[in-house]
Design a protein around this ligand. Structure first.
Ligand code: ZN
Length: 658
């Protein structure tokens, strides 16, 4: 644990609020301190209001912001006077507390203050930092965690036995702090939860956090519990895609909506999933309570979704009756799976959610292994975890969450995805919430969308059945299955009359435009059959199917055969709930093939301007890749739920087709 403070970087932040932003980001940069919205920070300032009065303000992290990327707008300014009075109340429900916090904010449009705002307010220091440091959790999630914490921190921190976050925790901290703190106090340890540091300056508070966490690391090292075992498991080369798609289907059915299942076969996860003591280690609970919202209390071991759901219902029924107000059960599907064959499975409503589960459990696993080496991992009792999972504030958040995008939890595959209509299809599907696998011969496909959890770009020559099978295996391991397939990859060879058409050229066009699609449809069929909402295929045909042109024999014949293939698939696979529809675009010029020169040459060939050539259709409109892609995406959506075997032109109207 090293301080990341840099005088040069800090110099860019002049004010206390600015430095608060800076050191918050420093904490956020280290994933062993905080993860995905975890932790919070504050600074106490004076502010003049519109009446000219000076007020004491707590600038505290707002909910929904990550420390790593926080800005000044991510902090909520709350009136200190009210917070300190609230802290003296005997009791306050958490929704009441949130209401009080929201109504004491001095800037309209600021985010909701952290639920730990009152706790920050009662600590008599200008800067306060709070993290869920891995090392601290490894030390305190043990049979004698509180004792160990006293051993490490006794002299200069206040140790607080576990209390659920919220008003009760703030009160408990206030009480213990008043009784136990002294002039040398620099922090506060919340057993099984995290750690606070404080100071007169942003740097002092931050450096103290680093020093406190480093002490826990040193303690672990002294007890032979710091170095993690070298992972050694081998993933093997077995084909798992059908098993995974079946599992994802069961999990989605159990949840009542489609979910992404991202698997991770890194040796670290395989080793863990294959441990003999995996039940003891994994079936206790999370390393810090707020992870429960992402991972559920415990992972599913193996693949028995029914048994997991039944156990979850029992857990709910054991604890819900004792809650302060009636609770609604969340879906009982697992969010985390440990399996000796595929390693770790992370489940989420979106690929990003699944990525968060991965990040959290990667750290949890280190915490568990270190705590085990220290003498035994011991998480909080399930009652405490239930209270956080079903906390009023979390339940309210879920109710507020609104309708997810139409393809949330679903997976699409697009061929020829690196440019033109294919790339536009990727964008339209991502925009509707799907996770997308993009295939293309162009290696640039890997970076097409930058680094984001919901896109996997794979270099693949679709005419190679071997490469297709590998791509499907990688795609399903990344997202758990396949719901939508957009057959877009194709070649448009230069104009050639039949009397000059070489057989090799004919076969090349057929291989890409026709044969590859047969192979892909055949291999995807068992996956699409398992799609929670039914599989969908969209075929990118061509205006040349209903209205061919001279010089395009191979292209027109290949697209016509592909259209016929799609119609037969619609007939054969209707009973499997798979819809197959075809689009016939024409004159889509914003693709790589149509450079300005080519366009100018074609326009000249027909004796019209480029503008006239672009809009040479009945409606006199230009048809773009995006127009085609949006229609392709809609064809996968509820609007076309009862349509299969259809052919829809997207060409601005063509006299020969009409
Ligand atoms: Zn916390």
């Amino acid at each position: 644990m090293k301080s990341l403070w840099s005088d040069a970087e800090a110099a860019r932040f002049a004010t206390d609020a600015g430095l608060r932003v800076y050191t918050s980001r420093l904490l956020g940069r280290d994933a062993t301190l905080v993860l995905h919205g975890g932790g919070n920070t504050s600074v106490k300032l004076k502010q003049r209001n519109a009446l000219g009065e000076e007020e004491d303000i707590l600038l505290v992290k707002g909910s929904g912001w990550d420390l790593e990327t926080i800005e000044e707008a991510g902090f909520a300014p709350v009136r200190m006077a009210h917070l300190t009075r609230l802290a003296r109340l005997e009791s306050l429900t958490d929704p009441q507390m949130m209401n009080e916090l929201a109504t004491q904010v001095t800037r309209a449009g600021s985010p909701a203050p952290s639920v730990e705002a009152i706790l920050h307010a009662i600590l008599p220091y200008k800067f306060v930092d709070h993290t869920h440091a891995d090392a601290l959790l490894a030390v305190t999630n043990t049979t004698d965690g509180e004792h160990r914490a006293r051993e490490i921190y006794g002299g200069d921190t206040v140790i607080v036995p576990y209390v659920m976050p919220g008003f009760d925790l703030a009160r408990q901290c206030a009480r213990l702090f008043a009784a136990e703190s002294g002039p040398g106090t620099i922090g506060m340890v919340l057993v099984n939860h995290g750690i606070f540091s404080f100071g007169g300056t942003a740097r002092e508070s931050y450096e103290r956090m680093i020093a406190l966490v480093a002490r826990a690391e040193a303690y672990l090292a002294r007890h032979g519990a710091w170095a993690l075992p070298q992972p050694k498991s081998d993933a093997g080369a077995q084909t798992l895609r059908l098993d995974l798609a079946r599992l994802r289907r069961e999990i989605s059915d159990c949840a009542g909506f489609p979910l992404v299942l991202a698997t991770h076969a890194a040796p670290k996860f395989l080793d863990f999933a294959r441990r003999k003591d995996i039940v003891t280690l994994s079936q206790q609970g999370p390393a810090t309570p707020d992870h429960v919202i992402r991972t559920k209390r415990i992972p599913m071991l193996g693949r028995d979704v029914g048994a997991y759901a039944a156990a979850y219902r029992e857990y709910f029924n054991r604890h819900a009756p004792a809650a302060r107000e009636p609770k609604t059960m969340l879906d009982p599907a697992p969010r985390l799976i440990l399996d000796p064959e595929f390693g770790m499975g992370c489940v989420g409503r979106t690929a990003k959610d699944a990525r968060i589960v991965h990040d959290i459990y990667s750290h949890t696993l280190d915490v568990i292994l270190r705590a085990a080496a220290l003498g035994g991992y011991r998480a909080l009792p399930e009652r405490d975890i239930f209270d956080v999972e079903y906390w009023d504030l979390e339940q309210a958040k879920l109710k507020k969450a609104g309708t997810p995008p139409v393809f949330a939890g679903e997976v699409a595959l697009v061929t020829g995805a690196a440019s033109g209509i294919g790339k536009a299809c990727v964008e339209s599907l991502l925009h509707r919430g799907a996770a997308v696998i993009g295939l293309d011969v162009n290696p640039g496909i890997a970076q097409l969308m930058g680094a984001r959890a919901d896109f996997l770009g794979l270099r693949c020559d679709v005419t190679s059945e071997r490469e297709l099978a590998d791509a499907l295996e990688s795609g399903v391991r990344a997202y758990g299955g396949l719901d939508m397939l957009v057959l877009n990859a194709g070649v448009f060879p230069g104009g050639q009359r039949i009397d000059a058409l070489a057989s090799d050229e004919w076969r090349r066009v057929m291989r890409v435009n026709l044969d590859a699609n047969l192979a892909l449809m055949r291999e995807c069929h068992p996956l699409l059959k398992l799609a929670p909402r039914g599989g969908r295929i969209v075929v990118i045909g061509s205006k040349n199917v209903p209205a061919p042109g001279p010089g395009a024999a191979a292209y027109s014949a290949s697209k016509a055969a592909l259209t016929q293939l799609a119609r037969v698939a619609a007939l054969e696979w209707g009973a499997d709930g798979i819809r197959v529809n075809t689009l016939h675009p024409n004159a889509v010029f914003d693709t790589a093939a149509w450079t300005d020169e080519v366009l100018a040459a074609r326009a000249a060939h027909y004796g019209v301007t480029v503008e006239e050539y672009r809009k040479g259709n009945v409606l006199r409109v230009e048809v773009t890749s995006r127009d085609v892609a949006e229609l392709a995406a809609e064809m996968c959506g509820p609007l076309f739920a009862k349509t299969t075997g259809a052919q829809v032109p997207v060409d601005g109207g063509n006299e020969r087709v009409i």
